[in-house]
Design a protein around this ligand. Sequence first.
Ligand SMILES: [Zn+2]
Length: 197
Amino acid sequence: MRCFSCGKLSFEPVCKECVKDFLTPEMIETEIGNLEVVSFFDYYLTVEFIKSKYISSGYRVYKFIAKKFFAPFIKAYVEHLDNKEIYLIGVDENISRGYSNVALLSEFAARKAKIKALHGVLRAKNRVQYAGKSLEFRLNNPRNFKYTGPKNIQAILIDDTTTTGTTLEEAHRVLKENGVNVHFALTVANAREGVDY
Ligand SMILES: [Zn+2]
């Protein structure tokens, strides 16, 4: 196949050189409310990979990111837990172009860690687009998440990008209301300056 980024022939969806140049994890930690958010990359350096969710080849890219970065991280975390009964919950797993990029992240990470991903249990009732919108707009137009998964469980939240943090904060609140104890949130990229996505 060809590398998603440079187009050279490659065994993997992203070639070794492009991984080295663009996908070297930084592990950015931020706090949103009292939720710890861990992100692998800076949004600005990885925007072409993040935005692949809007095209069909994003399936390969997100599966690659899930296996290479999310899976070992989640596996290592779960190994250190006394109570390994913990679930991965993707934020608003929407299917477009035949796949959900967030579901790919949580599914492949869960398989590796031998835990379960709960798919489609945290859905936004408000489909408003946040891209290009201000923090004020985001606060005035909440996602209105509905949680339909099991109550009183342990979980890790999974998303592709965190921008202003309003989505994760809202998701966290709704989960807490349902007795879900979220250990932390894990995202591919962090756009700390509040850029579009
Ligand atoms: Zn490449």
